[in-house]
Design a protein around this ligand. Structure first.
Ligand SMILES: [Zn+2]
Length: 245
């Protein structure tokens, strides 16, 4: 079996048989990888906790027909600060679930990989604005897979360049006064959330912390980003239920 080297972030694990686990990872070059870690559930496993979700790992794997096999794993960053903090764990779990949903096997996933890695690095060291961080992650992730929110002109008619404060998940953006009847489920935004939305969409992993935004608007924008992501995933995001947004 050919051996290959990659970096990866562990997204999920499943028990396999008596002592093994299947690890789901995202890698930059190969996208989603499913690999068996043999003996990982034994107390003397050579892998220890190196393959827990959130861990950023340097790996050597044997390429298998269906599942690859982990040969070596070295931790680059365990992100234990996220796993040890219930709040960070909740926000981080949504990030992992979404990265898992959007990534495919044998597909270049550099953008999603870097987006996730940078978001986890920020989450690890941030004791506030975690809702904002997750909202930015969700909106950026949707942009990477081709669904950028329309905020510069009406998302329904595409003509009016002065859309109002109603965000339509269905149309993927803000609606103008003439189009408000086209989506009764559109979400009304406060003036603050509406004004901050362009900056939230453009925020980078360097600039996001400087955004001047109230906790209420952070949560409102997260609610919107989460509904937007769930719509494009065609199913609810399970981990979001724990967020109370
Ligand atoms: Zn319109």
């Amino acid at each position: 079996m050919p051996l290959y080297k990659t970096k990866g972030i562990a997204l999920n694990t499943y028990k396999l048989g008596e002592a093994d686990k299947i690890i789901v990872l995202i890698s930059p070059e190969r996208g989603k990888i499913r690999a068996v870690a043999k003996g990982v559930r034994k107390t003397k496993s050579k892998f220890g906790s190196r393959l827990e979700p959130f861990t950023f790992i340097d790996l050597m794997l044997y390429e298998g027909k269906n599942l690859d096999i982990v040969n070596q794993a070295e931790i680059i960053d365990s992100f234990k600060e996220i796993r040890a903090d219930l709040n960070k764990l909740k926000y981080g779990s949504v990030m992992l679930e979404l990265a898992d949903k959007v990534s495919q096997e044998n597909e270049d996933s550099r953008q999603v990989f870097l987006l996730l890695l940078n978001a986890l690095k920020e989450l690890k060291t941030s004791d506030e604005k975690q809702a904002l961080l997750l909202a930015i992650f969700e909106l950026k992730l949707m942009s990477v897979i081709g669904f950028s929110p329309h905020i510069d002109q009406c998302a329904a008619c595409g003509v009016n360049t002065k859309p109002g404060n109603l965000f339509s998940i269905k149309y993927g953006g803000l609606l103008c006064a003439g189009c408000i009847d086209r989506d009764p489920a559109a979400i009304p935004l406060s003036n603050e959330s509406l004004n901050r939305l362009p900056e939230v969409i453009k925020a980078t992993s360097h600039s996001w912390k400087d955004l001047d935004i109230s906790e209420k608007s952070e949560n409102d924008i997260l609610k919107l980003a989460d509904a937007f992501a769930a719509y494009h995933m065609d199913r609810p995001i399970k981990s979001s239920k724990l967020l109370n947004i």
